[in-house]
Design a protein around this ligand. Structure first.
Ligand SMILES: [Zn+2]
Length: 146
C-alpha cells in the first residue's frame, strides 16, 4: 500500500464533510466484495472438479433359486452392490466390484457438491448485501447528505 497525505489532509480539515469515513467505508466494502468474489471463484473451481453421482449405494445378499445350493440353508450369495439414484423412482443399477470405488467417489462428490452449493449461496447473499452497501456508500461519498 502506498501512503499519501490525503488522510492527513482530511484529519487536518476535520471530519466536517464526512468524506474520510465514507472513503473508509467504501474501501472496506470493496475489500469485502473482493474477498467474496475470490471465495466464489475458488468454490466454483472446486465444484467443477467434482464428478457427482446423485444417489446411494445399496448392499444385497441374494438367494439364487437352485435347489441344491447352500443359499437354501441361509448362506446367501453376495454381497452385491446396487446404485440407487436419488431422484424419485430411479431404478437400482447393479455395480460390479471393479467400479465400486468409482461409484463411492461419485456419491462423495455429490455430497461435497451440495456443501459447496450451500457455501456459494451464502457467499452470493453476502456479496449482494456488500454491493448494495457499496452503492449506498458511493452515493453518500459523491453526494453527502445536506
Ligand atoms: Zn444359491
Amino acid at each position: 500500500m502506498m501512503t499519501d497525505d490525503r488522510g492527513g489532509l482530511t484529519e487536518a480539515l476535520g471530519d466536517t464533510i464526512g468524506a474520510g469515513t465514507e472513503i473508509a467505508t467504501v474501501r472496506r466494502l470493496l475489500h469485502q466484495s473482493n474477498e467474496l468474489i475470490n471465495n466464489i471463484a475458488a468454490l466454483t473451481d472446486k465444484r467443477a472438479e467434482l464428478n457427482p453421482l446423485p444417489g446411494s449405494l445399496r448392499k444385497r445378499h441374494l438367494r439364487c433359486g437352485k435347489r441344491s445350493c447352500r443359499c437354501r440353508s441361509g448362506a446367501l450369495h453376495g454381497p452385491y452392490y446396487y446404485f440407487e439414484p436419488s431422484r424419485q423412482h430411479g431404478k437400482w443399477r447393479y455395480v460390479p466390484k471393479e467400479r465400486l470405488s468409482e461409484v463411492r467417489q461419485g456419491i462423495a462428490d455429490w455430497k461435497k457438491q451440495r456443501e459447496i452449493d450451500e457455501m456459494l449461496q451464502a457467499c452470493a447473499a453476502e456479496l449482494d448485501a456488500a454491493l448494495k452497501a457499496l452503492r449506498q456508500g458511493v452515493e453518500l461519498l459523491v453526494q453527502p447528505p445536506e
